[in-house]
Design a protein around this ligand. Structure first.
Ligand code: AMP
Length: 268
């Protein structure tokens, strides 16, 4: 991969990387379209597909994660992706170096999924070093992840521009996610409660965050199989929790719907 990337650079081709874990859906498709738009037809769009074991804190989640490589390759062909990079593994057996961050990753997902962001940052750093992209595209769906990656790029001086694609949703509001296929039976319907909670929070501008968080938790947990991990209102730069629900802030939330853990977020 790196030899190819060096050849592209020598030929003056601009390269854009879309990192994914596969089981591609229209959210990923949107990022791929953004990538192509950025580098036009002469540029190179690389989609990486790798279910990164280091970012899974729960072995069952890793085992159950959907894997659909041939369908993924078909989607990439439809979108004229130049290269699908789908390595079997990216780590030596005795790997002992990695990337960490000590502020943004200590909150929200970082608290609930120990080691998750170190795993994400390490694999993204490795992909950057292998693909040598000029641009890389991430989805707003994983808002904290985008914030962490931007911080890594800033603090470690990666010469890469980060592009962010909006969250793509199903018609009923559920944010698209590879894990949605695991929502069996009526769990699929129950899962719409997350986006409905975000909508509800938009009616609460000016209120105290603690009150609205309590109200939204009750609202979500009215669903028989829903259990909230966290609901937080944060500033969009540093993800610091806010005391008041304000316009321009962001709501981030995570909940389990039956056995499936989902996250969502929205701008207020
Ligand atoms: P994943 O394969 O879930 O690790 O996601 C790969 C990339 O796609 C990440 O940058 C995600 O934020 C992004 N992504 C996942 N779901 C969506 C969605 N519904 N809308 C936009 N981007 C998404």
């Amino acid at each position: 991969m790196q030899r190819q990337a060096i050849a592209w650079r020598k030929a003056g081709r601009r390269v854009v990387l879309v990192p994914t874990m596969g089981a591609l859906h229209d959210g990923h498709r949107r990022l791929i379209n953004m990538a192509r738009k950025k580098v036009k037809t002469n540029g190179i769009v690389v989609v990486s597909i790798y279910v990164n074991p280091k970012q899974f804190n729960d072995p069952k989640d890793l085992k159950d994660y959907p894997r659909t490589l041939s369908a993924d390759k078909k989607l990439c062909r439809e979108e004229s992706v130049d290269m699908v990079f789908a390595p079997n593994t990216l780590y030596e057996k005795d790997v002992s170096a990695g990337v960490k961050e000590d502020d943004l990753t200590t909150r929200l997902e970082g608290l609930h999924r120990p080691g998750h962001f170190a795993g994400v940052m390490t694999v993204v750093a490795k992909l950057f070093n292998l693909v040598l992209p000029d641009f890389s595209v991430f989805g707003e769906k994983d808002f904290q992840q985008v914030t962490v990656i931007k911080r890594m790029v800033r603090d470690l001086d990666y010469p890469i521009s980060i592009l962010v694609g909006p969250t793509v949703r199903e018609a009923d509001g559920l944010a698209m996610s590879s894990r949605n296929v695991l929502l069996t039976g009526d769990l699929r319907d129950q899962a719409t409660v997350l986006s409905r909670a975000i909508e509800l929070s938009r009616q609460s501008l000016g209120s105290r965050a603690v009150d609205i968080k309590r109200k939204l938790k009750r609202f979500i947990e009215k669903q028989p199989d829903a259990q909230v991990d966290y609901i937080e209102f944060v500033d969009t730069i540093n993800l610091n929790p806010l005391k008041t629900v304000k316009k321009g802030s962001r709501i981030l939330l995570a909940a389990k719907i039956g056995p499936v853990r989902l996250i969502d977020n929205g701008l207020l």
